[in-house]
Design a protein around this ligand. Structure first.
Ligand code: XUL
Length: 516
């Protein structure tokens, strides 16, 4: 049976895609939005609003209810008995805390009751911190200090201790609710929690999502005893096993066979994080290609030829679900910064795009780092753009130059900040809202001296999960799936139009702005 299912448990919704790996068609797609469909959890955007001290939590029962709704509605669209393998991905870093009842309870789920009803007594913490939680600065500093500094944590775990990462979150829970922590027998990520439920047994955490915890050693891909010790006592016994992305966790549980019509023996491949899954779904999980996703914040990610960590501590290393490792780096000042410059001059997006035709590549040396809010790549605490070039430009009197400088500055900074990845990038896959803009794509091609391709895939996270299910359970060649599903619009390919040194002076000015 050639049909495979990919599940994407993201921040605001839970989605599914079923593909046919022989006819290369999409059989069904469906999504359940938490805020709209499950208002009883009072999480209109997928998290409980107004948390104190940077705390951002969600109710894990909401994710279970959404999974049930998703599969129930999907089973009305198509015959789930035709699905022969499943995998999935979750929003990264979020954690679920379970007591000792969990192990028996997850193995004995009865279709006569909902998942949420049956698993509620297993929760040792009623809500789950998610990746938007920013409450753990103190714990990050404590972990770094115990290990001997940020550099040590970064070299071991692939990232410095980061507020949203799971280890610092676990430490905060242990410090504030030691009894509830002691009653916790298992800590899962969103991905491994849902995977466990699907197979009816405690599932492993994969190296892709596991590396977002500040607990996994990126050289050995095993839990790191020193990181665990610096985080919380008895932590080793509370964590599941670690597995590489090709691991088959087991067969789908009876609950899902009886309730939604899956076939007995449907295989489930270990779940991963949404970004690692997207790497696969974008067709970029082999070195040489990288993905730039233009969103509220811009994200750069790529398969890595070697495991190296960012010495500046800004980027992250995760396991690559297709083998080896991947890098990921977030840039806070993405689309919102582009919009802010546009709005300063009351331009619309057409006028914004026209500004590139009205100005020259490299902007006569006028440069900008459009940091309207504190940036994390590199870490810099400013609330207004840094500019250099001419007085008129720096005092916002040159609209078109400001727009070009904003975009050129964003990608010169991105190139400089991602140099630690040591990539030889020949192709950049561009995705996200602003990727359709040819002027922005041209700047990216010129700055990185690489071809820029726009992919027609939407929902790359779920698609990546479906690919992984097919590759690891049925031996389908990944390249065949990429060719079939990751179509590029070849007419819309953008190639560099300037020589490699055209941006040298601007890059030097950016270095200077950052060092002053
Ligand atoms: C990555 C991160 C987010 C989440 C939610 O480090 O925090 O991208 O994975 O999508």
């Amino acid at each position: 049976m050639p049909q495979v299912l990919g599940i994407d448990a993201s921040t605001q919704s839970c989605s599914a895609i079923i593909i046919d790996t022989e006819s290369h068609s999409v059989v069904a797609e469906h999504s359940v939005n938490f805020g709209q469909r499950l208002p009883q959890y009072q999480a209109p955007s997928g998290f409980i609003p107004d948390g104190a001290d940077g705390q951002v939590h969600a109710d894990p029962r909401m994710w279970l209810d959404a999974l049930e709704l998703l599969l129930s509605e999907l089973s009305e669209q198509c015959d789930l008995s035709q699905v022969s393998a499943i995998s999935g991905a979750g929003q990264q870093h979020g954690s679920v805390y379970l007591n000792a009842q969990w192990f028996d309870c997850v193995a004995a789920l009865s279709p006569s009751q909902s998942l949420a009803e049956q698993l509620q007594p297993c929760l040792s913490r009623s809500t789950s911190p998610i990746w938007m939680d920013n409450s753990t600065s103190v714990e990050c500093a404590e972990i770094a200090q115990a290990l001997g500094g940020d550099e040590v944590v970064c070299a071991k775990s692939g990232s410095i201790a980061v507020e949203r990462f799971t280890g610092p979150q676990v430490r905060r829970f242990y410090k504030r609710q030691p009894e509830a922590y002691a009653a916790t027998a298992r800590i899962h990520l969103v991905s491994s929690f849902l995977c466990s439920v699907l197979v009816g047994q405690d599932a492993a955490i994969d190296t892709g999502d596991g590396a977002g915890m500040n607990l996994l050693n990126i050289q050995s891909w095993e839990w790191d005893a020193e990181l665990l010790q610096a985080t919380a006592p008895e932590l080793a016994s509370k964590l599941p096993a670690v597995a590489h992305g090709d691991h088959c966790v087991g067969d789908v549980a009876t609950y899902f066979i009886e309730k939604f019509g899956f076939s007995a023996g449907t295989k489930v491949t270990v779940f991963t994080g949404d970004n690692p899954s997207s790497l696969v779904g974008m067709g970029a999980s082999t070195p040489g290609k990288c993905v730039i996703s233009l969103g509220t914040s811009d994200t750069f990610f790529a398969a890595m030829p070697e495991v190296v960590a960012d010495p500046a501590g800004c980027g992250h290393v995760f396991g690559n679900p297709s083998g080896g490792s991947m890098s990921l780096q977030c840039f806070v000042n993405g689309s919102l910064a582009r919009e802010e410059v546009k709005d300063k001059f009351q331009y619309d997006w057409d006028a914004f795009t026209q500004a590139f035709s009205n100005t020259e590549v490299a902007n006569e040396g006028k440069v900008m780092l459009p940091f309207f809010r504190p940036e994390i790549s590199p870490r810099i605490d400013v609330e207004a753009p840094l500019m250099a070039g001419s007085d008129a430009f720096s005092s916002w009197q040159e609209a078109d130059a400001a727009i070009r400088a904003c975009v050129e500055g964003q990608f010169l900074n991105m190139k400089r900040s991602t140099a630690w990845m040591q990539l030889e990038t020949s192709t950049i896959y561009l995705t996200g809202g602003a990727s359709k803009n040819d002027a922005i794509a041209q700047v990216i091609a010129d700055v990185f001296q690489a071809k820029v391709q726009r992919l027609t895939v939407t929902g790359s996270v779920g698609l990546g999960a479906a690919f992984r299910a097919a590759v690891h359970n049925h031996g389908v060649a990944l390249i065949a799936l990429e060719q079939a599903f990751c179509n590029t619009d070849s007419k819309a390919m953008i190639t560099p139009q300037v020589a490699a040194d055209r941006y040298a002076a601007n890059a030097a000015s950016i270095d200077q702005l950052l060092s002053s």
